[in-house]
Design a protein around this ligand. Structure first.
Ligand SMILES: [Cu+2]
Length: 158
Protein backbone atom coordinates (compact mmCIF):
# COMPACT_ATOMS: atom_id res chain seq x y z
CA UNK A 1 0.00 0.00 0.00
CA UNK A 2 1.50 3.39 -0.95
CA UNK A 3 2.28 5.79 1.85
CA UNK A 4 -0.16 8.69 2.04
CA UNK A 5 1.09 12.09 1.03
CA UNK A 6 1.21 14.76 3.69
CA UNK A 7 -2.26 16.15 4.34
CA UNK A 8 -1.65 19.53 2.78
CA UNK A 9 -0.73 17.92 -0.51
CA UNK A 10 -3.22 15.11 -0.71
CA UNK A 11 -6.40 16.81 0.43
CA UNK A 12 -8.13 20.11 0.28
CA UNK A 13 -8.99 20.84 3.89
CA UNK A 14 -11.85 23.22 3.59
CA UNK A 15 -14.62 22.16 5.89
CA UNK A 16 -17.46 24.36 6.90
CA UNK A 17 -19.47 22.49 9.42
CA UNK A 18 -22.43 23.75 11.30
CA UNK A 19 -25.33 21.51 12.09
CA UNK A 20 -25.07 19.45 8.95
CA UNK A 21 -22.80 16.49 8.56
CA UNK A 22 -19.54 16.58 6.71
CA UNK A 23 -17.59 13.91 4.97
CA UNK A 24 -14.03 12.94 4.31
CA UNK A 25 -13.03 10.31 1.83
CA UNK A 26 -9.63 8.86 2.39
CA UNK A 27 -7.43 7.91 -0.51
CA UNK A 28 -7.44 4.40 -1.85
CA UNK A 29 -8.63 1.79 0.59
CA UNK A 30 -8.63 4.09 3.60
CA UNK A 31 -11.86 4.42 5.59
CA UNK A 32 -14.46 6.92 4.49
CA UNK A 33 -15.41 9.01 7.51
CA UNK A 34 -18.38 11.27 8.22
CA UNK A 35 -18.92 13.41 11.29
CA UNK A 36 -22.46 14.09 12.48
CA UNK A 37 -23.87 16.38 15.17
CA UNK A 38 -20.61 17.47 16.82
CA UNK A 39 -20.84 19.74 19.86
CA UNK A 40 -18.82 20.91 22.82
CA UNK A 41 -20.45 21.28 26.18
CA UNK A 42 -20.60 24.85 27.50
CA UNK A 43 -19.20 24.95 31.05
CA UNK A 44 -18.93 27.67 33.71
CA UNK A 45 -15.69 29.67 33.95
CA UNK A 46 -14.78 27.86 37.16
CA UNK A 47 -14.36 24.58 35.30
CA UNK A 48 -11.20 23.83 33.37
CA UNK A 49 -12.45 20.70 31.63
CA UNK A 50 -15.26 19.95 29.23
CA UNK A 51 -16.05 17.34 26.58
CA UNK A 52 -16.78 17.11 22.88
CA UNK A 53 -19.37 14.73 21.48
CA UNK A 54 -20.25 13.59 17.96
CA UNK A 55 -21.12 10.57 15.89
CA UNK A 56 -18.36 9.37 13.57
CA UNK A 57 -19.60 7.21 10.72
CA UNK A 58 -17.22 4.90 8.89
CA UNK A 59 -18.56 4.13 5.42
CA UNK A 60 -15.41 2.32 4.46
CA UNK A 61 -14.60 -1.37 4.47
CA UNK A 62 -11.74 -1.08 6.94
CA UNK A 63 -11.63 -0.11 10.58
CA UNK A 64 -10.64 3.41 11.71
CA UNK A 65 -9.63 4.71 15.13
CA UNK A 66 -10.19 8.02 16.86
CA UNK A 67 -6.88 8.67 18.61
CA UNK A 68 -7.30 12.23 19.86
CA UNK A 69 -8.05 15.82 19.06
CA UNK A 70 -6.86 19.37 19.45
CA UNK A 71 -8.22 22.87 19.94
CA UNK A 72 -6.60 26.23 20.58
CA UNK A 73 -9.00 26.68 23.51
CA UNK A 74 -7.41 24.00 25.66
CA UNK A 75 -4.16 22.28 26.48
CA UNK A 76 -5.11 18.74 25.53
CA UNK A 77 -7.84 16.53 24.11
CA UNK A 78 -7.98 12.82 24.86
CA UNK A 79 -10.36 9.97 24.03
CA UNK A 80 -12.08 8.55 27.10
CA UNK A 81 -14.60 5.90 28.01
CA UNK A 82 -17.09 6.03 30.85
CA UNK A 83 -16.65 3.27 33.39
CA UNK A 84 -19.26 1.83 35.74
CA UNK A 85 -18.45 -0.25 38.77
CA UNK A 86 -20.83 -1.95 41.18
CA UNK A 87 -24.60 -2.29 41.08
CA UNK A 88 -27.63 -0.15 41.86
CA UNK A 89 -27.12 2.53 44.50
CA UNK A 90 -23.53 1.47 44.99
CA UNK A 91 -22.69 2.01 41.37
CA UNK A 92 -19.75 4.35 40.83
CA UNK A 93 -19.41 6.08 37.49
CA UNK A 94 -16.02 7.29 36.37
CA UNK A 95 -13.99 7.68 33.24
CA UNK A 96 -10.73 6.47 31.85
CA UNK A 97 -8.36 7.59 29.13
CA UNK A 98 -7.90 5.18 26.24
CA UNK A 99 -5.36 5.15 23.42
CA UNK A 100 -8.07 5.01 20.78
CA UNK A 101 -11.79 4.51 20.18
CA UNK A 102 -12.62 2.14 17.36
CA UNK A 103 -14.85 3.07 14.43
CA UNK A 104 -15.70 -0.30 12.86
CA UNK A 105 -16.19 -0.60 9.09
CA UNK A 106 -19.76 0.15 7.93
CA UNK A 107 -20.56 1.22 11.46
CA UNK A 108 -20.25 4.24 13.72
CA UNK A 109 -18.70 5.50 16.93
CA UNK A 110 -21.07 7.47 19.14
CA UNK A 111 -19.58 10.01 21.54
CA UNK A 112 -22.26 11.12 23.99
CA UNK A 113 -22.76 12.27 27.58
CA UNK A 114 -22.25 9.37 30.02
CA UNK A 115 -20.51 7.41 27.28
CA UNK A 116 -17.43 7.67 25.11
CA UNK A 117 -16.18 11.23 24.71
CA UNK A 118 -13.29 13.46 23.80
CA UNK A 119 -12.13 15.04 27.05
CA UNK A 120 -10.99 18.64 26.68
CA UNK A 121 -8.56 19.52 29.46
CA UNK A 122 -6.82 22.71 30.56
CA UNK A 123 -9.44 25.11 29.18
CA UNK A 124 -7.93 28.53 28.49
CA UNK A 125 -11.15 30.09 27.22
CA UNK A 126 -14.80 29.43 27.93
CA UNK A 127 -16.89 29.79 24.78
CA UNK A 128 -20.57 30.38 25.37
CA UNK A 129 -23.60 28.54 24.13
CA UNK A 130 -24.13 29.35 20.45
CA UNK A 131 -20.43 29.99 19.71
CA UNK A 132 -18.63 28.01 17.03
CA UNK A 133 -15.16 26.71 17.76
CA UNK A 134 -12.34 25.23 15.70
CA UNK A 135 -11.73 21.65 16.66
CA UNK A 136 -9.53 18.97 15.11
CA UNK A 137 -10.00 15.24 15.43
CA UNK A 138 -7.15 12.83 14.82
CA UNK A 139 -7.76 9.51 13.13
CA UNK A 140 -5.78 6.41 12.28
CA UNK A 141 -4.76 4.80 10.04
CA UNK A 142 -2.69 7.30 8.14
CA UNK A 143 -2.28 10.00 10.79
CA UNK A 144 -5.30 11.89 9.45
CA UNK A 145 -6.62 15.15 10.86
CA UNK A 146 -10.14 16.38 10.29
CA UNK A 147 -10.71 20.07 10.97
CA UNK A 148 -14.20 20.92 12.15
CA UNK A 149 -16.19 23.93 13.22
CA UNK A 150 -18.40 22.79 16.03
CA UNK A 151 -21.10 24.50 18.08
CA UNK A 152 -20.94 25.06 21.81
CA UNK A 153 -24.08 23.99 23.61
CA UNK A 154 -25.42 23.14 27.05
CA UNK A 155 -27.50 20.30 25.68
CA UNK A 156 -26.98 17.68 22.92
CA UNK A 157 -27.21 19.04 19.39
CA UNK A 158 -30.06 17.46 17.43
CU1 LIG B 1 -13.48 12.33 30.48
Amino acid sequence: MPKLLPLSRSFCWVFVLFFASTGLTFAGDQPSIQVERPWMRAVPNAMDVTAVYMTIVNNGATSARLVGGATGLAESVEPMVTTKEGQGLKQVVGMKKVDALEIPPHDKLVLEPNGNHLMVMGLKQHPKEGDQIDFTIKLEPGDQELHLKIPVSKTPVK
